[in-house]
Design a protein around this ligand. Sequence first.
Ligand code: NAD
Length: 287
Amino acid sequence: MQLLDGKALSAKIETAVATEVKDLKNSTGLVPGLAVILVGQDPASAAYVNMKKKACDRVGFYSVTHEMPSDISQSAIENTITMMNNNPNIDGILIQLPLPAQIDTTKILELVEPSKDVDGFHPYNVGRLTTGLDGFVPCTPLGVMELLNEYNIDPKGKNCVVVGASNIVGKPMAALLLNANATVEVCHIFTDDLKRHTLCADMIFVGAGVINLIKEDMVKDGAIIIDIGINRAQNGKLVGDADFENVAKKCSFITPVPGGVGPMTIAMLLSNTLKAAKANAKIKEGK
Ligand code: NAD
């Protein structure tokens, strides 16, 4: 069994992004900018935003966080997004989800200018992903594909089972795998007999948010497990969705939690923001 080390790969990507940021600044004077909108006091959301801000600082991005109270109105968030859409110093806009119940999240995500949609949640970019066109791809599944690539794991022709079907994780993960010519099955909360599906899988991608959802007897020998779940166990430790200790023995490759997919998500946010900045720099230069 070999661990897929997302911590090491994300550090490598960060270094490459930082070098490109310096080059961009030297050649054009431009600095990539990321705006984050954080609504409410959820500690997990605040911690994620803080991690993203620190990563931006490390690679030399300009970043700004708009913190808003949980009783904020729809129009106030929309006004801030419009301002960011029109701000030439901002290349990427990230709305930290979930938003409070009174907010229409779909409307908010649709307002983000697609060329600044570094999370890849706008329907325009979702459409480009499903049709196999270049665009912005959600950071977590994109990070998974980078990790596979780093270890020369090619999903082409493999039976891939994705467990979890959210717009953020499962659906874009399935689209990327399909674009990579894998045979893809998507399972979710209403799937009858999950084990029947996972037992046939060469590769399992699990992002359900359920501790120990994938157990040893649900995995065939030599399978590859990509554990996207992040859960807080009763002892306070961060764990994934697979019963790591017992499942790992049967796997050829597995991602640890923490240190697997998590750091790749932030690395892909940096890489998507740099991509947006480079495209915007070309527009500003009239190329
Ligand atoms: P979500 O709640 O939006 O979606 C969960 C999905 O899992 C749903 O499609 C649901 O049907 C499915 N599911 C739930 N219980 C199931 C079960 N018992 N059997 C089969 N399917 C089941 O969550 P999300 O935002 O997609 O996040 C999923 C997990 O991934 C969470 O643990 C989250 O913390 C983690 N996550 C990690 C990263 C990262 O950077 N590694 C990023 C985003 C989310």
